[in-house]
Design a protein around this ligand. Sequence first.
Ligand SMILES: [Zn+2]
Length: 164
Amino acid sequence: MEVIASFTIDHTRLKPGIYVSRVDKGFTTFDLRITEPNKEPAVAPAAMHSMEHLMATWFRNSSVKDDVVYVGPMGCMTGMYVIMTGSYTVEDMRRLTIECLRWILEQTEVPATTPETCGNYLLHDLPECKREAARYMDRLLNDFHSEYSKLQVVLEDGKTFADA
Ligand SMILES: [Zn+2]
């Protein structure tokens, strides 16, 4: 098994921001990194679940809705993936995400939280979701990061390379 590209990112130097995780087959996967991995608390599962419902709703109703392929949380609970078709830059995604977070902060309920519409409808926390959204928006506006640090892998012959 090969090490997949996202595992070659140095997570000890990854700050909250927006990164291009990968570009392939006409799709761009954006890494919306909400908290600093292993240094700040990850987003609580219930808050992340609410953020998923809200972000997916916003993106799929936005001006770019026809290009949205997928919105969903990372297993490590430190960020969200947004997959797009078409040509979008990190700056485009930054602008869209700030607009989305502003909308989330105005919401008084989470969409689709019934047993019919959600696989774990009791696992939601809008106040905590909004706290994380406000914090993330502040990062995107005032302390923005978008360049990955790659892990340096030392080969058996002593040479180094950064994969992906
Ligand atoms: Zn759900």
